[in-house]
Design a protein around this ligand. Structure first.
Ligand code: NAD
Ligand code: UGA
Length: 455
């Protein structure tokens, strides 16, 4: 039993690696090869320490690597030898030229399309795994099928995994989305992909659409998720001003089954490599279609996120008598969310940068993401990285909780208070601590979306 296919994936990043590991694990008769131009990354995928930290991933990779999952830098060989080629390369926001700071940068994408066309010696199914603007599949088909003896069918299969829960999201997805053309070859390609996923995903969870709908649905999903975070963050500001409690409001509002309770946790702001980039991508598509009001509507999700981060750090400076120059401030958490070492677009970055500009001495602590944060900040003077939270907090004036690592709920805040300079401040950007207990210990407590508790 089980389908037998030869599958390649170009791009061994956060998406390509885990997605292919699960496909190989659930389809033992398929041979899956993941390729990347980054030799170092491939070497790490082939080592005992994987390049991405994801709970459960190591175990799965160990079971299949060397059996039916392979990592390599030989992109040409992978293209030539495989029938189904997933593309999971990065599609960042363009930082030059037309559409700068808004459109998706499709240079890697285009390069690969041409490479596939030049190297292929048989027909192929090309699967868009990366998040892309609507109509990219169509553009890719034009590049691929111009001047080639073979047929290339491009289908869209966007990925919905979230970092930190990638393995469980892949093993038990809410849905798998496959967008294809209505043509015979489009339907045949769709069925091939359907067979791969139906090895473990219930068929009713595999949604099939046309290609444009699949491409757009991915951007819309991220926009709607980010919109919920920006909505509750906007309300957190209203709560702080009025004495309402954002967690109580979230609970009351989310109890309406039409609204739902997930993704209503107020925070310093959303981060990650995708929300901002994908909303900008959607905004650009709207502008290109002369839908400027729609563009503005979605752009405001990002504006609100920026406002929230700035509001948080402004409150730190303002509450500490308008100056943090020379004072030690401790940041708990720099990953953009818990259970990942990823700091891309993390709210910790603008918070740290603002405090550095204010001449504060920073100590950053995080269970997994300190090395990545060091790289982003460029290891400037006045920033130390200390793994142990109690060591990190020593002689500091304030603790800022930026990431929702569960450990920050269970720390001994009396012990932390004892080693800090007084008055000691606690800025809880994730509502992690028992604020009344911390206030009673002696902290001035500023929780996101709640009235501050000041001695
Ligand atoms: P990533 O940066 O972690 O990995 C992309 C990889 O592609 C890199 O290792 C890079 O070296 C490789 N690459 C680039 N050009 C190449 C080429 N020409 N040939 C071979 N390899 C090449 O990116 P990611 O986070 O995995 O995201 C990939 C795509 O998936 C993006 O479009 C993203 O929006 C989307 N996505 C990401 C997530 C996530 O959680 N990170 C979730 C869903 C969708
Ligand atoms: C998000 C989506 O959840 C995935 O479905 C999607 O595949 C992925 O983007 C992508 O396209 O890259 P991810 O960015 O990994 O996944 O993480 P999320 O769990 O969505 O969190 C994003 C940010 O929002 C984090 O900074 C998180 O802390 C923040 N957040 C989330 C809140 O501030 N409050 C919430 O209630 C939920």
């Amino acid at each position: 039993m089980g389908t037998q296919k030869k599958i390649a994936c170009i791009g061994a990043g956060y998406v390509g690696g885990p997605t292919m590991a699960v496909i190989a694990y659930k389809n033992p008769k398929c041979v899956v090869t993941v390729v990347d131009i980054n030799q170092e990354r491939i070497d790490v995928w082939n080592s005992d320490t994987l390049p991405v930290y994801e709970p459960g991933l190591n175990e799965i990779v160990k079971k299949v690597r060397g059996k039916n999952l392979f990592f390599s830098t030989d992109v040409d060989k992978a293209i030539a030898e495989n029938d189904i080629i997933f593309i999971a390369v990065n599609t960042p926001t363009k930082d030059y030229g037309v559409g700068q700071n808004m459109a998706a940068d499709l240079q890697h994408w285009e390069t690969i399309a041409r490479q596939i066309r030049d190297v292929a010696t048989s027909d192929k199914i090309i699967v868009e795994k990366s998040t892309l603007p609507v109509k990219t599949a169509e553009a890719m088909e034009i590049i691929l099928n111009t001047g080639s003896d073979f047929h290339f069918e491009v289908i869209s299969n966007p990925e919905f995994l979230a970092e930190g829960t990638a393995v469980s999201d892949l093993l038990d997805p809410d849905r798998v989305l496959i967008g294809s053309r209505e043509t015979e070859s489009g339907q045949k390609a769709k069925n091939e992909l359907f067979e791969i996923y139906s090895a473990w995903v219930p068929e009713e969870k595999i949604i099939t659409t046309n290609t444009f709908s699949a491409e757009l649905s991915k951007l819309v999903s991220n926009a709607f998720l980010a919109q919920r975070v920006s909505s509750i963050n906007a309300i957190s500001a209203v709560c702080e001003a009025t004495g309402a409690d954002v967690q109580e409001v979230s609970k009351a509002v989310g109890a309406d089954s039409r609204i739902g309770s997930k993704f209503l946790n107020a925070s310093v702001g959303f981060g990650g490599s995708c929300f901002r980039k994908d909303i900008l991508n959607l905004v650009y598509i709207c502008h290109m279609n002369h839908l400027h009001e729609v563009a503005t509507y979605f752009e405001n999700i990002i504006n609100m996120n920026h406002f929230q981060m700035q509001r948080f750090v402004d409150n730190v400076v303002r509450s500490m008598f308008n100056t943090v120059a020379g004072r030690k401030i401790c940041i708990f958490g720099c990953a953009f969310k818990a259970d990942t070492d990823d700091v891309r677009d993390s709210p910790a970055i603008p918070v740290a940068q603002t405090l550095i500009a204010e001449k504060a001495k920073l100590v950053i602590s995080d269970p997994k993401a300190m090395d990545n944060m060091k790289e982003v900040l460029g290891d400037p003077k006045n920033v130390d990285f200390v793994a142990d939270p109690y060591e990190a907090a020593k002689d500091s004036h304030a603790i800022l909780i930026i990431t929702e690592w569960p450990v920050y709920s269970t720390l001994d805040y009396q012990k932390l208070f004892d080693v800090m300079v007084k008055p000691a401040y606690l800025f809880d950007g994730r509502n992690m601590v028992n604020r009344n207990a911390c206030f009673n210990i002696g902290f001035n407590v500023h929780s996101i979306g709640k009235k501050a508790l000041i001695h």
